[in-house]
Write a protein that binds this ligand. Structure first.
Ligand code: PLP
Length: 349
C-alpha cells in the first residue's frame, strides 16, 4: 500500500460533496461563557439538560491514549460497532450498484446492513477448518467492490487469522478492507491496529461490548485513515453518543484501563471447556477458539439446544448457518455457569 492511496477516491460522490451539519458550539472555541443561550436547551441543571459533545473530544483522548492511536483516526459509534458497519456501507457503496465481499460463515450484521442499503453481498466460504481464503476473496471482487469484510477472531467460528494473512489480504484487495476485531482481546494472534499506518485501506472495528464488559452502553469504535474517520463523523447523527454514556465510559476506561486479569479468567474457563467438552456425550468436535466462545459440533444440536434451555442455559443455535451444520455457539460464562453447562452435558443421552 502506497502512502498515496486515498480512501476518499472510493467514497460515493455525494459523500465527498457533503457539507456536514454544524452546531453553534462547533463555531465556538474559548472560555468564559456563563450563559449558554445558543441551543434552546432547558437551562436548569438536572445533569442531562445540555447537549453532549458531538465530537466526543474527551472520550477520544482517553481512547487515543489507551489504544495508542491518534484522535483523528477514531470514530465512535453510539449504537455499538453496528453503527460503524452501517456507516461504512453508506459511505462507500452506491445502492443497487456497488457490492461488498465477506467471508462465510461470519457475523450476520454485515449482510443485514448491506441488504438495508440495497448493496450486494458476495460471500466467500472459508477454507478447510475455517481458514482465510485470501485468493478467493480477491477473485470474488470486481470494479464495483468497495469493501472486503473480515472478522478476526471470526464469529461464529471462533478462530482468528494471523496478522501476516490479514496484511497480505490488505495488499491484494482492490478497495477497503474492514477487519472486525470485536474479540481480539481474547486472541494471541494479535491485532492489526499497530500496523494501521502501513495500510490506509484498512478500517479496524473494535467494541466495548465484549472483553470490556460494557455491552449495555452501546459503544463501538472504528480506527482508520483520517479521511475515513472524518467521513464517518460527517455522516453520523450529530449527537450519536449520549452524554451519560460518554461520561460513564470515560470514567470506566480511566478506572480500569487494564482488563488482563478479567480476560485471563475467561481464557482459563475457555480452556476448561475446551478440555472437558470433547468427552461429553453427543459432542463431535470442539473447534479451536481465539475468542470468548466455542463453536461445538454435536450429533443432535437441536436436541442438545432444547435440553440446555430446559436446564436454564441458553446458547446460540448455529445449526442452520451454512458451514456450521450441527453446531451450537457457546459463550464462556462465569465458572458457575460453565459448571452448569458441563453438568447438563453429563446427563445427555
Ligand atoms: C458482538 C460483536 C460486535 C459488537 O457489536 P456492538 O454493536 O459493538 O455491541 C461486533 N462484531 C462482531 C463480530 C460481534 O460478534
Amino acid at each position: 500500500m502506497t502512502d498515496r492511496f486515498d480512501p476518499t477516491a472510493l467514497m460515493r460522490s455525494n459523500i465527498r460533496a457533503l457539507v456536514p451539519y454544524s452546531t453553534a458550539r462547533d463555531e465556538f472555541s474559548g472560555e468564559g461563557i456563563t450563559a449558554w443561550l445558543d441551543a434552546n436547551e432547558n437551562p436548569f441543571d438536572n445533569g442531562v439538560n445540555r447537549y453532549p459533545d458531538p465530537h466526543q473530544k474527551e472520550l477520544k483522548k482517553v481512547i487515543s491514549e489507551l489504544f495508542g492511536t491518534p484522535t483523528d483516526t477514531i470514530f465512535i459509534g453510539g449504537a455499538g460497532s453496528d453503527e460503524a458497519i452501517d456507516l461504512l456501507i453508506r459511505i462507500f457503496c452506491v445502492p443497487g450498484k456497488d457490492n461488498i465481499v465477506t467471508i462465510s460463515p461470519t457475523y450476520g450484521v454485515y449482510e443485514v446492513s448491506a441488504a438495508i442499503n440495497d448493496v450486494e453481498v458476495r460471500a466467500v466460504p472459508l477454507g478447510e477448518r475455517f481458514t482465510l481464503p485470501v485468493e478467493s476473496l480477491v477473485a470474488a471482487a470486481d470494479s464495483n467492490t468497495k469493501l472486503t469484510w473480515v472478522c478476526s477472531p471470526n464469529n461464529p467460528t471462533g478462530n482468528a487469522f494471523s496478522v501476516e494473512e490479514l496484511a497480505e489480504l490488505a495488499e491484494k484487495v482492490a478497495g477497503m478492507l474492514v477487519i472486525d476485531e470485536a474479540y481480539v482481546d481474547f486472541s494471541e494472534k494479535g491485532s492489526m491496529l499497530p500496523f494501521m499506518e502501513n495500510y490506509p485501506n484498512v478500517v479496524i472495528l473494535r467494541t466495548l461490548s465484549k472483553a470490556r464488559g460494557m455491552a449495555s452502553l452501546r459503544l463501538g469504535m472504528a480506527f482508520s485513515h483520517p479521511s475515513v474517520a472524518q467521513a464517518m463523523a460527517m455522516v453520523k447523527y450529530p449527537y450519536n453518543v449520549n452524554g451519560p454514556t460518554q461520561r460513564d465510559v470515560i470514567r470506566r476506561l480511566r478506572e480500569t484501563p487494564d482488563i488482563s486479569a478479567n480476560v485471563e479468567t475467561l481464557l482459563n474457563e475457555r480452556k476448561r471447556l475446551e478440555r472437558e467438552l470433547p468427552s461429553k456425550p453427543g459432542v463431535k468436535t470442539v473447534y479451536p477458539s481465539d475468542a470468548n466462545f466455542l463453536l461445538v459440533e454435536f450429533d443432535d444440536p437441536n436436541g442438545v439446544y432444547d435440553m440446555l434451555l430446559k436446564g436454564g442455559a441458553l446458547v446460540r443455535n448455529r445449526n442452520s448457518v451454512p458451514g456450521c451444520k450441527g453446531c451450537l455457539r457457546i459463550t464462556v460464562g462465569t465458572p458457575q455457569q460453565n459448571e452448569l453447562l458441563l453438568s447438563l452435558m453429563n446427563n445427555w443421552k
